[in-house]
Design a protein. Sequence first.
Length: 241
Amino acid sequence: MLLLVGAFLISLIPALGLFFWLRRLKEDEKYKNLCNKAFVKGLIAILPITLVSATFSIIESLLHLGAAGIVIKSLFHKFIVLALAEELVKGWSLFHFAKKNEMKETTWLDIIVFMTIIGTAFGLAEDLLYAFGTNAMQMLVRGITSGHSCYGFLMGYYIGKRYYTADKKWFIPALLVPWFFHGLYDFALTPELLEMNDLVAFVPVLIAIFELVVLIYIFFFTHKAKTNEKYTKTIPFENIL
């Protein structure tokens, strides 16, 4: 039990470290306050995600996918019921957050930061729920890679690019890129698939490495971006969904 608690506390370090790093990018108190609000938004996102996931789960049961085989059933469950529900709601959370806080003007970097924080906070809430349903090693891996922070960063980057370029096509990778990696990671961890072929286990390992690389990159990117006019130039954010 002590080992599990210790692993859980250690697993919090990367996500919390990232949050405080992003919060300190600007000395402006309004910015810091928005970072705090984005963090809370990410924590409570677990509630609408549960509802959306439950809705997709009902659709799954109505489709009777069990008859189509374990691969098809698992594909739908991991990519739609879990990954799509989470990425859709996290994206919606950014738009709702921006509207609620009347962010009529913002920067590309701000969008990246707030979306990353929302993803990070949701990941922490999810880790808390899974804390006593997994082992210490899995908990440490989840914490070190901080997958939801990475997915939030990727989504925020493309959403920010959409507003910076005024080209709506960037909404497509904003959803598809994090959804693909998220869904593939969950799908490859399906126990039945691992029993069918041990090589499937390499997929989540590779994605975990990718997430770790992205997590490290976030620190370097945001440090450089805060002095880059492209990312700090004020852009209109009035016509958000």
